[in-house]
Design a protein around this ligand. Sequence first.
Ligand code: UD1
Length: 425
Amino acid sequence: MKVMVVVGARPNFMKAAPIISALRELGSSLASADGPGNDRPKEGICHLLVHTGQHYDTAMSGSFFSDLDLPAPDIDLGVGSGSHAVQTAEIMKKFEAVLLRERPGVVVVVGDVNSTLACALTAAKVSFGPEGHRPLIAHIEAGLRSGDRSMPEEINRVLTDHLSDLLFVTEESGLRNLAAEGIASEKVHFVGNTMIDSLLSSRQRADASTVLDTLGLRTGAHGNGSAVSQYALLTLHRPANVDRDTAFSSILEGLRELGAERPIIFPAHPRTRRRIREFGLERYFQWQPAGNGRIEAAAQGERGIRVIDPLGYLDFLCLMKNATLVVTDSGGIQEETTCLGIPCVTVRQNTERPVTVESGTNVIAGTGDEGIAAAIRAQLKNTGFRKAPEKWDGQAAGRIVSILSAANPHSAQEGVRCAGTPQPQ
Ligand code: UD1
């Protein structure tokens, strides 16, 4: 059976990498079990990795492949940026041609970005022949709901779930949400979180990152082993937060007190960096991004918000692990800080990941300056981390791949081979 895994944007890569790795392992174990007298089908399971190209910069995409040991994509649609409609439509046009050529048995989509919905919708409507066969659609990270339909990601989540045949859920709230929307329970599997698989398997490698030294965040002489300064880590990129001058400046006001006490490291998404210039918000920042991927060392004891270019996965993980506090509007970072036991302040009105709040690490602060400042004060004293959510144990991808390998797509074709994919040795 041919499994096609689709990635497109930065938060997809860490969720898909463990799936690819588990598929590779299964492929080789099936192949080594193929011997004389073994009646297992020679074809076994093989996979193709498709990158839509929604994110294309080295800092937003390329570096993640090496950090996560992801193989180069077998197929790159090279779609790039555009309005939501243009981006979604371009992906659909190009992905349909790929589906018709490759005829996979299963299409795996991850997360909630435009690439996720575009490829699920294409796969739901494609027809491989007169029998009307199409691939099964598997959605990794199904069932999350913020209840806020003004977020493009919420639309992507709801529609993708309703198109999917196999729904892999990361936390219990997902089970409740899908049941409430009438999705049949046979399709739904509570497997844990593949992003946490990546985090747990990369933790040690992240310790080798030199980013703390480069940023001057050690108290003593430079070098691994010397103590780490107290600093906060910030990420902001949601359109609702950074595309409006008043919303963006209210968040920055809320960070003033924190910035007066310690450095706030801010690896800025390209969208955010553009808005800082457009809205003339430079006064809130110590450093302007060079925009060339270089990180300059800080002067000892410097405070305030330091804007740097986006970081690779391992450098960012190292910064997150060692931070006193994380302030973010990202979905994934709420989960990663929960797993690491680091206090997190989420600058949004809601979260689709309530387990991060229940576990005691995450607080939803809203986007007003006073609410943010109060949440930061409270979180700096937070010792309330309880326990990692159920099944966030590094084994989610293994569970998913064993369910996938038992799936029986109508479209599985004898002799449809994984051209261009390394076959199991
Ligand atoms: C997308 C996802 C969001 C996710 C985020 C992570 C959707 C609807 N949104 O938002 O859920 O949290 O990725 O980063 O899919 N750009 C570059 N280089 C790149 C990619 C983008 O410069 O490699 C710039 C472009 O100007 C582009 C803008 O960033 O117009 C926004 O990119 P886009 O993919 O449309 O959405 P994100 O804001 O990145």
